[in-house]
Design a protein around this ligand. Structure first.
Ligand code: ME8
Length: 519
């Protein structure tokens, strides 16, 4: 789908917690993908934001003696500030307290009431106040009558509620999984959902009466809409799908269905089952892929403030101050938990990745090449005369293969794979310099054309690798573009990465991209 719209979303983050590495991670993953799409010239919309209603937010605000709306404004601004600090380029930051969102949620719930997908009934069972979630007798028993998240005792509940008829969607959800094996990725997560689906779907209570900080149910103001239902709708209210006559919809409705909905593994059930059922009930198309990554842990354990292994913005900021913003993005992308296992965030691993990949490989290659062009050709890129001694590299074929590999990996949201293809070009340059030894050939005047060809090819290969890495390392690639005069991104990455894009006589300034840092 070369010209189709592309849409990527993060979860919207709760305002009763402060931003931390997990939030920065998911948003950075989406940012890298979105930037890469833009470099390819594709039309992409990237959404993130904050989830602001519900009992927990109401309580957190009360503890601080604040009105919930004031409290939500404050923490939401903190999230937005964090996104700016880390250079994240979302197209919209949605807030569930935005009146346009609230209005559309009411429209959607109203439609579900009309179609009979939402009905009024009585719930008898258990309530997990911390999670604002109702549990059936079976679920409560399995959890030993305590919250699986907070460990606090469940409360007995009997309540009049509005319910979503999830049970009516069992067959269609199963068909969705069967027909679209890529609907939930990675594979291990998909299997988890399939296992739970076999237990059978039950209707979900979607309204609450024990607090007021939420969106009122249409025509029954004594109930507020369950925060999860309110929140899930953000992915389509941001595009105006609940108000097709709005200017928001005019500009954005074509982005639905989403290409990727990236989330953490703990909220997969909501996104892989409840969300598609809601969309089915509203006759809307399914997202192409719900991608549930694993967790960052710290010192081998789940992060927690009480254990003192929590990685908040201060720790990330400290890494960024020492190593730079691009280095943090690079580390998150290559070492992050996109697969089925959790990843440990360790400062020593960070340092090693930085030194091995960015200082010793990319930085060193660019600096060697530009230093030799400086020394032997006065900083002017020599021509490729075709005269080259050995090295054994079919550069044009090799780079075009790696470019295709890098783009295909990014299309699969395989960030590490995409980066690896680019870095393999850089490593090949390094080996090529060692094999052809231009620094030795340069001592012989008659070999000048050969030295020129070697260095031209090195610079050209590094230029291509840098273009592929620009979504991950935007600041450094911008610096290299300036120093080596290869202009702004053309918006056609594939064409830009074709061999032969670096003209002879281009001024190549000496660069030092990544300084060595003491551990
Ligand atoms: O769940 N490692 O919001 P939330 C990696 N508002 N990612 C992590 C992480 C970790 N240790 N901890 C959190 C909510 N995340 C709801 C979502 S969506 C309609 C509503 C990331 O503030 C990960 O993306 O608890 C996870 O899903 C998200 O933060 C949860 O953020």
């Amino acid at each position: 789908m070369p010209n189709a719209h592309r849409y990527i979303t993060t979860p919207i983050y709760y305002v009763n917690d402060r931003p931390h590495i997990g939030h920065v991670y998911t948003t950075t993953v989406c940012d890298i993908w979105a930037r890469f799409q833009r470099l390819l010239g594709r039309d992409v919309f990237f959404l993130t934001g904050t989830d602001e209603h519900g009992q927990k937010v109401e309580q957190s605000a009360a503890e601080r003696g604040m009105a919930p709306s004031v409290f939500a404004d404050e923490i939401s601004a903190e999230f937005r500030g964090a996104m700016d600090l880390f250079g994240l380029t979302h197209d919209e930051f949605i807030r569930t307290t935005d009146p346009q969102h609230e209005q559309q949620v009411r429209t959607f719930v109203g439609r579900l009431m009309e179609s009979g997908d939402v009905y009024r009934g009585t719930f008898e069972g258990w309530y997990d106040a911390g999670q604002e979630e109702y549990l059936t007798e079976t679920q409560a028993k399995e959890a030993d009558y305590v919250s699986p998240v907070s460990g606090k005792p469940l409360e007995r509940a009997r309540q009049e509620n509005y319910f979503f008829k999830l049970s009516g969607y069992q067959d269609r959800i199963e068909a969705l999984f069967a027909e679209h094996p890529e609907f939930v990725r990675p594979e291990g997560r998909r299997n988890e959902v399939l296992g739970r689906l076999r237990e059978g779907l039950q209707d979900v209570p979607i309204s609450r009466t024990n607090f007021t900080w939420g969106i009122p149910v249409p025509d029954d103001e004594s109930h507020v809409i369950y925060v999860w239902i309110d929140a899930l709708f953000n992915y389509i209210t941001a595009l105006g799908l609940g108000d097709l006559s709005s200017s928001r919809a005019a500009d954005r409705h074509e982005y639905w269905p989403a290409t990727y909905q990236v989330i953490g593994k703990e909220i997969l059930w909501f996104h892989a089952v409840i969300w598609p059922a809601l969309l089915m009930a509203l006759d809307l198309p399914m997202p192409r892929c719900v991608y549930a990554h694993s967790f960052w842990i710290s010192d081998g354990k789940k992060m927690s403030k009480s254990l003192g292994n929590f990685i908040g913005l201060e720790q990330l900021q400290a890494c960024m101050d020492t190593y730079g913003r691009d280095a943090l993005r690079y580390f998150l992308a290559v070492q992050g938990p996109l697969g089925s296992t959790d990843a440990d965030f360790s400062r020593s691993q960070f340092h090693e990745t930085y030194t091995t990949d960015l200082v010793n490989t990319l930085g060193n290659c660019a600096s060697r090449t530009s230093a030799m062009i400086g020394k032997y050709f006065e900083g002017i890129c020599p021509p490729d005369t075709g005269e080259c001694a050995g090295g054994g590299v079919e550069w044009e074929t090799f780079t075009s293969e790696q470019v295709a590999r890098s783009i295909a990996a990014m299309d699969r949201l395989d960030l590490a794979g995409s980066i690896e293809a680019a870095m393999s070009i850089v490593r090949r340059v390094d080996a090529f310099i060692n094999d052809t030894a231009p620094f030795k050939l340069a001592k012989d005047q008659t070999k000048a054309a050969m030295v020129g060809t070697i260095l031209h090819r090195c610079a050209e290969a590094i230029r291509i690798a840098a273009c592929l890495l620009e979504a991950v390392l935007p600041d450094h690639v911008a610096d290299l573009r300036t120093a080596w005069n290869f202009g702004e991104s053309s918006g056609d990455l594939a064409a830009e990465c074709r061999w032969g894009g670096l003209p002879a006589r281009t001024v190549i300034e000496k660069v030092m991209l990544f300084p060595r840092i003491e551990a």
